[in-house]
Design a protein around this ligand. Structure first.
Ligand code: TXA
Ligand code: MG
Length: 321
């Protein structure tokens, strides 16, 4: 596989051509790195599932360069979804909408709905625009990690996760560290009211400012949509993650800066606020693994902002007692 660290017009054009040929291109987004394939090419999409080791009935998010392309993939789009797209795209938000025939079963996991996102990252947007200029309709991209593991927030993380699975014709675009650091907010827009399926940087509070219609909070047990991010254990490092209990000497420790490091603990991160907490969380969990730390103790951040999404991910990766 080639790692492209200077993303210029010509290397991005080459990456878009690779996608058109059915190869895989891992690329940066503002949330996490995605493992991209032509969303209309069944064989290419099957390779995503193989590389990730992900069950093939789990749907993928299709990335497009602008709201202008939404109608190609989705139909019967409710007015509230248009409002959300106008307010938050490009940005860390995925909308689940009724699909058109372009969104085939191998993208949607046989469901009648498709997930769509316009990412806010110069490299991702340039790649999408170039791919569309070459006749492409959208890039399917899950987070570029092995199934159930921690999402990558840098090109190096992508190599650590799936480097050994990629082929010589595949590419990894290096666009620096993902600024948001956790995956997009997913909103089910197939019902009368929008339902947040996965919290993210676009918070309920931000959404409520844009919509007059009531916003609901969903979960996998309450809904009929399949989403591995909503499964019980996900986003997990090799180390065991604890959110409560007592810390042992040699354990890793992640908490907001103002929390004092307990005696004997190995401090893995000291974010100054919740935004920085989201940015560095996955990197800190990876650091635990690279230091061969067996247990990590995390003091979950407080607050109703992106802290909600951080607590969601922590609860998913935490060791259940
Ligand atoms: O921030 C993100 O969303 C990143 C970047 C790369 O865009 N992508 C990402 O993809 O997190 P993934 O596949 O790791 O997580 C997307 C989640 C999965 O849990 C998937 O099942 C769910 O979205 N999803 C995708 N399409 C869906 C659909 N049609 N219905 C229900 N859930 C869907
Ligand atoms: Mg994922």
């Amino acid at each position: 596989m080639s790692i492209i660290s200077n993303c210029t017009a010509s290397t991005i054009k080459d990456a878009a051509t690779a996608l058109k040929k059915g190869h895989l291109v891992a690329f940066p987004t503002e949330t996490v790195y995605g493992l991209g394939a032509d969303a209309t090419n069944k064989d290419a999409v099957i390779r995503i599932y193989e590389v990730k080791g992900r069950p093939s009935d789990h749907p993928l998010i299709v990335h497009i360069s602008s709201i202008d392309h939404l109608n190609k993939w989705a139909r019967n789009i409710p007015e509230y979804a248009i409002k959300l797209a106008r307010a938050f795209w490009p940005g860390p938000m995925t909308l689940i909408l009724p699909r058109t025939e372009i969104a085939q079963d191998f993208i949607t996991g046989d469901q009648e709905n498709v997930g769509i996102r316009v990412p806010e990252h110069t490299v991702a947007l340039a790649l999408l625009k170039e791919f569309e200029a070459q006749g492409g309709l959208g890039i399917a991209a899950p987070s570029a990690n092995r199934f159930g593991k921690v999402s990558p927030t840098s090109a190096d993380d992508v190599i650590t996760e799936i480097g050994d699975q990629l082929l010589g014709v595949d590419r990894v675009l290096d666009g620096g560290t993902s600024q948001v650091g956790i995956e997009s907010t997913i909103i089910d827009c197939t019902k009368e009211n929008p339902i947040i399926l996965r919290p993210g940087a676009i918070t309920a509070e931000m959404i409520k400012r844009v919509l007059t219609i009531e916003l609901k909070r969903g979960s996998i047990s309450g809904g009929d949509l399949k989403a591995p991010g909503l499964l019980e254990s996900h986003y997990a490092p090799n180390a065991k993650v604890f959110l409560s209990g007592s810390l042992q000497p040699g354990d890793g420790f992640i908490a907001i800066k103002s929390e004092v490091t307990p005696a004997g603990a190995i401090r893995l991160a000291s974010p100054k606020d919740n935004i920085e907490f989201a940015q560095i969380l996955y990197k800190a969990l990876r650091l635990a693994d690279s230091k061969k730390i067996k247990s990590v103790f995390v003091i979950a951040p407080h607050g109703e902002d992106i802290a909600i999404a951080i607590r969601d991910r922590l609860q998913k990766c935490a060791t259940k007692n």
